[in-house]
Ligand binder design. Structure first.
Ligand SMILES: *[C@@H]1O[C@H](CO)[C@@H](O)[C@H](O)[C@H]1NC(C)=O
Ligand SMILES: *[C@@H]1O[C@H](CO)[C@@H](O)[C@H](O)[C@H]1NC(C)=O
Length: 279
């Protein structure tokens, strides 16, 4: 718990690093052609972040974020432990709670045809490539409350701070938070349904995979008022040129940082996940 608490201010720090890593667009600097960082590479200029009070770290990045982590950690399909699988009643409830928090942070929200929850603010240029931030809202069976939830909630808290200091409209590019509907693959034994759809790599045949009760992905979406077809799947794809970058805060999956007493690490590689069925 203690290490997760200290992660939240660090996340704002990293966001503000993105925000203030260049001041090439500030009025004081002339638009010299020698600058290597184009002005569109920053979210806000240095001057726009001046005077951001530390009290916001405590109120939104610590207290509110922690209370939301605890709240989401109770949204479960079973009594006694945490379990939220793709499109289960608890997942649908979690999606709606997350959507309200996104709106509270000043984001325009929608749920797409794979159950991913999106919250977006356009800033000054709606067509500039967007910074995506997010994590997954589903869980493994008997999950910890930080897995996935931390990445969603810390992103919402960081954006909320920008809203509270009236900077959302001054962003130089859109920020979009995405709470992915399925990363763990517990229900359909098929990981990343949510992000694979957004990457455009989810095959249409996935609509036919079934859970252990014999319900197909298509059936489950139908029960949630989504008529999924190959067509609707294709429409979920984000074009690479519309994305500037992706950031995700995630709980450590191993003991390395904890043993070293470090609150934060930056990953150098990402493991691919595959599920194989043996007969
Ligand atoms: C907005 O972003 C688009 C895409 O990057 C760019 O072509 C356009 O020049 C930008 N508009 C302004 C006003 O900066
Ligand atoms: C799903 O299964 C049905 C019935 O077996 C089949 O007709 C259909 O082509 C399959 N769809 C995809 C996208 O694989």
């Amino acid at each position: 718990m203690a290490s997760s608490l200290s992660l939240l201010p660090l996340f704002l720090f990293s966001l503000s690093f993105l925000v203030s890593s260049s001041s090439s667009s500030s009025s004081s600097s002339s638009s010299s052609s020698s600058t290597t960082t184009p002005s569109t590479d920053v979210l806000l200029g240095n001057e726009e972040l001046e005077g951001v009070g530390l009290e916001l770290y405590e109120e939104f990045l610590r207290d509110e974020a922690v209370s939301r982590l605890n709240e989401l950690g109770k949204v479960s399909d079973v009594d006694g432990y945490l379990e939220r699988t793709f499109m289960s009643p608890a997942s649908v409830k979690a999606a709606s709670v997350i959507r309200q928090w996104m709106e509270d942070a000043g984001l325009r929200t929608w749920v797409d045809h794979m159950g991913n929850v999106h919250g977006r603010v356009d800033g000054m240029n709606a067509s500039a490539p967007a910074l995506l931030i997010g994590s997954h809202l589903d869980t493994v069976v008997d999950a910890g409350k930080f897995d996935g939830a931390l990445g969603i909630i810390s992103a919402i808290s960081a954006v909320k701070v920008l809203k509270v200091i009236n900077k959302l409209e001054m962003l130089k590019r859109p920020i979009e938070i995405i709470a992915f509907s399925d990363e763990e693959g517990v229900r359909f034994q098929s990981t990343f349904l949510g992000s694979a759809a957004i990457s455009g790599i989810l095959p249409a045949s996935s609509l036919n995979i079934s859970d252990k009760r014999g319900k197909t992905l298509k059936d489950v979406l139908h029960e949630n008022s989504v008529e999924a077809t190959e067509e609707t799947l294709l429409q979920l794809k984000y074009q690479p040129h519309s994305i500037w970058g992706y950031v995700e805060v995630h709980i450590e999956q191993g003991p390395v940082l904890e043993l070293a007493g470090l609150p934060l690490g930056v990953v150098k590689g990402i493991a691919g996940q595959t599920r194989l069925k043996g007969n």
